[in-house]
Design a protein around this ligand. Structure first.
Ligand code: ATP
Ligand code: MG
Length: 341
């Protein structure tokens, strides 16, 4: 869950050109919410995302990630909890590095003490190939090519994958994050999580000992132990509270319509498969209606409309345009938003 409370962001404070980009904004996203954001040029959409990631400091307000205030957390620490994709396909990937090196870099995000974070193991390659295949762009055959050679659409799809791919966090990291993001007595939370992990591990050891002492053959023993180990892993991973929040800032705006649609469909699939909490800024009203379970409209740094669930499903471009005219004052709408293409 992510919650923004009373966020204010001004630019050029105190000068004649002072702008209030975000004006006492409140917004709460539940786990798995996929929110599309529309609003005219200068409404504050990008600023909002930049404040969430910490690339811009807010002047006022709190940013709570799983009830924990991350406002003071530096951008590089926060980065492991957010996946950010920009409009410009040139941002987000390292041009001079190969497809696989880029993926390895993203995969290692949040890992501590890893000096060569773009190095990868043989076993990772198989995983990367599987993930690339899901994009349906043939990138799995271009693992060792530099990213600079890819088209804009291919790069955006790769950036999207990089924003959401990550190696399974270590058990110690799961425990640490559980305590860090716990709302309440953190000392007690630490004791509880330690106890849960200890019990589960001891239970696994007991199961293992029983299998080893049984008169099954070697292969059967191995299979049983592996199944118990997988159960243990699944149990402990339930306590991982820090899946990345996906932040998309017009990430398909620079692509041709066909490629844009493909990247959007990929986005939708990744979000649904992983139940990712997502904010997607778009100027395309059709896409804003089609994707996600919730739509917000921004104007002058405020949320002026917030439509979810069944009501969102009933939205049409016409109703959105009318709403836009009512709420948006002087904000400009682009032609593509109006035409919905
Ligand atoms: N670095 C900056 N310095 C000064 N003013 C800025 C800066 N970044 C944004 N602004 C101003 O803040 C306001 C909000 O800008 P923002 O980029 O968040 O709008 P947006 O909704 O993303 O618009 P667009 O649809 O054009 O991308 C605008 O008035 C903009 O000019
Ligand atoms: Mg913007």
């Amino acid at each position: 869950m992510i919650e923004l409370r009373g966020i204010v962001k001004k630019f050029n404070t105190g000068s004649a050109s002072e702008t209030i980009a975000i004006d006492h904004l409140n917004l709460t996203l539940q786990e798995g919410d996929f929110v599309t954001v529309i609003g005219g040029n200068g409404a504050g959409k990008s600023t909002l995302i930049n404040i969430i990631t910490g690339s811009l400091p807010a002047d006022e307000g709190l940013i709570l990630l799983n009830n924990n205030d991350v406002s003071g957390m530096p951008e590089y620490t926060r980065a492991q909890y957010f996946g950010h994709v920009f409009q410009d396909p040139m941002i987000g990937t390292a041009t001079d590095m190969t497809v696989i090196e880029n993926l390895a870099l993203a995969f290692g995000r949040g890992k501590t003490r890893s000096l060569f974070r773009w190095s990868y193991r043989k076993s990772d390659v198989e995983f990367f190939v599987k993930q690339l295949k899901t994009l349906g762009l043939g990138l799995e055959d271009r693992l060792y090519q530099k990213v600079g050679l890819l088209s804009g659409g291919q790069r955006q799809a790769l950036t999207l994958l990089m924003a959401t791919i990550r190696s399974e966090p270590s058990y110690n990291k799961i425990k640490r994050d559980y305590v860090r993001f716990f709302d309440g007595d953190k000392r007690q939370a630490k004791q509880e999580i330690e106890q849960i992990f200890k019990n589960a591990t001891e239970n696994f050891k007991k199961q293992k000992a029983e299998v080893l002492a049984s008169n099954l053959n070697k292969e059967e023993k191995k299979q049983k132990i592996n199944a118990f180990k997988a159960d243990l892993d699944k149990t402990l991973r339930q306590y991982d509270v820090t899946k990345p929040v996906l932040l998309l800032d017009e990430h398909t705006a620079a692509l041709d319509p066909k490629t844009a649609e493909k990247v959007l469909e990929t986005t939708d699939r990744i979000v649904k498969e992983n139940n990712l909490t997502t904010i997607m800024i778009t100027h395309n009203m059709k896409d804003a209606i089609k994707y996600g379970n919730r739509l917000i409209m921004m104007s002058k740094g405020k949320v002026v409309a917030d439509i979810a669930g069944e009501e969102k499903k009933k939205l049409t471009i016409e109703t959105l345009l009318n709403m836009f005219v009512t709420h948006s004052g002087n904000d400009m709408l682009s032609d593509s938003a109006i035409l919905g293409n």
